[in-house]
Design a protein around this ligand. Structure first.
Ligand SMILES: Cc1ncc(COP(=O)(O)O)c(C=O)c1O
Length: 379
């Protein structure tokens, strides 16, 4: 067998992530690799941290990219912030909330699950009542929620939910912002979120494999005062902190070899975001979403989520019956013949919906036209 360089064809990435990478970000990947403890690299890491703090609207000292995908960001939060026997409230309205429950169980916590039907946002009033009921039974140590549920296309009102948690408990708040950051506003400190992670491959249009994470001092104190060592050596934030945030007067110590070139790409993607300006990026997501929505509705697609709870970066739609009957085949044909990737349904929506992403660099009016023209060939 003869092996050759892999030469993938360029595709229009309009699934639930990854989105298409800006050429400048792609070029950044090809810059010369330097050592992860090189003084030049250490200064560069500080810049990444500052840019991440700005995109999350936080002053948290410990804000850095976890070397791994969004799932590792999620797991890092639970493994550090939940001790065995602690009661953890999880808002579940889709697959990623379910994964949080799985994480709670695996670290020995007791999940208290607030179920919301898939395709609906978590209702602040339901959360309030659930907290009041659950606090009668004992302390709630942590509350966790998913801001933008990628399995259903629902955007919950994170500010209102965090406010309810703050008003009725002193528990830590973990928020999954994997799909929300850079597509819609996220104000970590104003909302009172203690720990947050996101994914680089969604609205920031950076290659997958990094999960920026931010922890405030309250959350970090909990990690430092744990009764039991964090069960994962790799994810133990007390150790990782010594590499990413040594503190004044300390030298950074090796923890693991950082994914150097991926960090170049993250830095470039963050620069692109701030060059365009956050308000403009959010607006671009709104404008392209509106155009896609009109086009899809005109073609007989129905939205799964009600208007108020839809996110602009991911459109979860029920295709007209002629398409639905052969939805997997048609998606395969779109990928093969039109180089257009769109996502299928997950979990209970498997085979029932399409998930069409307009994330980051893929959220462009000309892309909307291409998506609609490609779909027209199958109507
Ligand atoms: C809301 C949400 N959380 C977590 C993840 C997991 O991220 P990753 O696939 O990068 O591990 C995803 C991935 O799609 C997601 O959409």
């Amino acid at each position: 067998m003869i092996f050759q360089s892999f030469e993938p064809k360029e595709k229009l990435l309009h699934g639930p992530g990854p989105s298409s990478i800006h050429p400048r970000t792609l070029q950044a990947l090809a810059k010369p690799t330097i050592g992860h403890l090189d003084p030049e690299f250490i200064g560069f890491m500080e810049e990444i941290k500052e840019l991440l703090k700005s995109i999350l609207h936080t002053n948290n000292r410990l804000t850095f990219p976890v070397s791994g995908p969004g799932s590792l960001g999620m797991e890092t939060c639970f493994v550090n912030l939940v001790e065995p026997g602690e009661r953890v409230l999880v808002c579940v309205n889709g697959i990623f909330g379910m994964r949080m429950v799985e994480n709670v169980k695996r670290v020995g916590g007791i999940p208290l699950v607030l179920e919301t039907p898939w395709g609906e946002a978590v209702q602040p009033e339901n959360l309030r009542n659930f907290i009041l009921d659950q606090t009668k039974e004992g302390k709630i140590s942590v509350c966790a929620l998913v801001h933008a549920e990628t399995s259903t296309g629902v955007l919950s009102d994170a500010a209102a939910l965090c406010q309810i948690i703050r008003n009725h408990t002193d528990s830590l708040i973990i928020m999954d912002a994997v799909t929300s950051v850079a597509g819609v506003p996220v104000y970590m400190d104003d909302w009172g979120v203690d720990a947050l992670y996101f994914g680089t491959q969604k609205c920031l249009s950076c290659p997958p494999g990094l999960s920026p994470l931010s922890l405030n001092e309250r959350a970090l104190n909990k990690v430092k005062c744990r009764n039991k060592l964090v069960q994962s050596w790799f994810m133990d934030l007390v150790l990782v902190e010594k590499y990413w945030d040594a503190g004044a007067g300390f030298t950074r110590t090796y923890h693991h070899t950082a994914p150097i070139n991926l960090l170049y790409a993250l830095h470039e993607a963050l620069l692109l975001f701030f060059e365009e300006g956050e308000e403009s990026v959010w607006k671009r997501h709104q404008v392209t979403a509106q155009k896609l929505k009109e086009g899809l509705k005109n073609r007989g697609f129905d939205y799964l989520v009600n208007e108020k709870e839809q996110m602009p970066q991911l459109h979860v739609v029920v295709p007209p019956s002629s398409i639905l009957a052969k939805e997997a085949e048609i998606r395969a044909a779109l990928l093969r013949d039109e180089s257009l990737e769109i996502g299928g349904g997950l979990g209970i929506f498997f085979g029932k919906v399409w998930r069409i992403g307009l994330m980051g660099n893929s959220a462009r009016i000309e892309n909307v036209d291409k998506i609609l023209q490609a779909i027209d060939k199958f109507l």
